[in-house]
Design a protein around this ligand. Structure first.
Ligand code: DC
Length: 225
């Protein structure tokens, strides 16, 4: 399916834990737009690979898994092979595997069309790392959403505590730093703010404030130049 360039896309990129998923989902809700959580796609491929015992360096087998993935993405929930995997996708094991497979160009290519197919009327809010740079370079608004590593670790810590899970803030901070380095250092679509993206640092911002800012920027971007 060819994606229709007249359908507006808001691309929200940024590092893990910056809150971009929550913000993107809320913006999509406010505008009545579709929502693409591209990280969930990478995470689902990683989960399918882990469960089938695939070597995480076997790029061709991983590409086939990505191409043939039968998964349903509905808002924030993901169903893989009839099973709701939304929570397991957030586990540290899947996060680590997703970060490794996302560095492989064959896997990224295999997911390209699947991501573009989310561009449906009346519009799309897409979050990830390369939404504005690679997948939707003609997005009407590109945001680079970030927060300090300490703030992101503390948000993740609170999330895990709320779920009654054990966590160590120093380990979480170290994991976040390692993932940032891996996501930024890779050659295939590395994580970085592109020149045409607006920087939004949410370290001192509530979710509501961040959503309000994105909506205001979108209104502005839609104005005739
Ligand atoms: O956004 P997230 O933390 O759920 O993403 C999971 C992993 O997938 C992360 O290591 C970065 C990678 N990713 C990517 O490389 N490109 C995207 N568009 C989205 C995610």
């Amino acid at each position: 399916m060819v994606s229709d360039p007249t359908i507006p896309v808001i691309a929200i990129d940024g590092p893990s834990g910056s809150g971009k998923g929550t913000v993107a989902y809320a913006v999509a809700g406010a505008l009545g737009f579709h929502y693409l959580n591209s990280g969930a796609l990478y995470r689902t491929v990683a989960l399918a690979a882990l469960e089938s015992g695939t070597d995480l360096e076997n790029e061709l087998v991983l590409r086939d898994i990505a191409l043939n993935l039968i998964a349903k993405f509905d808002g924030e929930s993901v169903v893989l092979g009839g099973r709701d995997v939304t929570d397991v996708l957030r586990s540290e094991a899947v996060s680590l595997a997703a970060s490794r497979i996302a560095a492989l160009p064959e896997v990224r290519d295999a997911l390209l069309e699947r991501q573009r197919a989310f561009r449906q009327p009346p519009g799309l809010v897409a979050d990830g790392r390369d939404m504005g740079s690679v997948v939707f370079p003609d997005a009407v608004l590109k945001i680079y959403l970030t927060a300090s590593a300490e703030e992101r670790a503390s948000r993740r810590y609170k999330q895990l505590m709320d779920k009654g899970m054990n966590a160590n803030i120093a380990t979480l901070l170290q994991d976040i730093r390692e993932r940032d380095t891996r996501d930024s250092a890779r050659t295939a679509a590395p994580l970085r703010q592109s020149a045409d993206a607006v920087l939004l640092d949410t370290t001192q911002m509530s979710i509501e404030e961040a959503v309000g800012q994105v909506l205001a920027l979108y209104k502005h971007a839609r104005r005739v130049p």
